[in-house]
Design a protein. Sequence first.
Lengths: 164, 107
Amino acid sequence: MNAQIPVSDWPFGLSEDALLLRLSPEDISARTSAVFEAGSDDLGEVESAIIRREHGREIAFQRHKHAPVPGTVVIRYAGDDSSLKWIAKQLGLTSHDVIWSAPGVHLPTSSAKTKTTVIAGIAAAAASALALATTSQKRRANRGPDGRFASTQRSKGRPRKQRA
Amino acid sequence: LGGKHGKFGPYHHRAKTDEDAWSIQQTGELRGTPRRGSGIPQPQAFDGPLPEGAIGFEFYTDVEPHGATAPGYVRWMDGDPGVVSIDPFNAMIRVKVVKNTHRKPAK
């Protein structure tokens, strides 16, 4: 049984963006019983929910009203693959649901076929969803003769191919 | 190139008050507090230009954003190069506002 955690009790450390999903809060509530709370933060109006898995840790969802890439961010504790796999299973994620995954995130796969479709879906969805960033990305990629940004970006693991 | 206004951008913000937005334009300082779950102060914004018709402001900066964020989001974490620590709850980056659709507050 999942436990709902009030957003006002947001656990410290639950702050790593792991996935960006095409699912709406309504979709996520229907699949996990998570209850979203409306609020606001530095980026404006936001719907948030936190659930705690049985005998496990918490995972959070956030959807900002004005986010330029419409989607719900899944937030985990740094490196908490176990909870991420759990929520991916709870949500029954398909390749279509995933717009972006953080570097190093590996979604659960029940078969080779599923794994292939999820990876392909991430690449395809990310390419289309990030169209808005093209202008700034091009400017960044081309800036400066030393190429510092490009190498730094790669070293931090931000996948350039997803944003190109 | 990032343009004459800064190495990185454009980014935009849509959640400030009129007063805050014009203050940011005037001072060139974008401040931020820790977001939920984090103890690290971090100015935040959305990636890309300010959408047509939206109330907000658009800016550039010479400070490189933190890498680990979902698409559409940009953050500058206290401790990263160019991010100025103000106190344990506030950090700041220098920005150049190039578009501001907020109402100009009466003096």
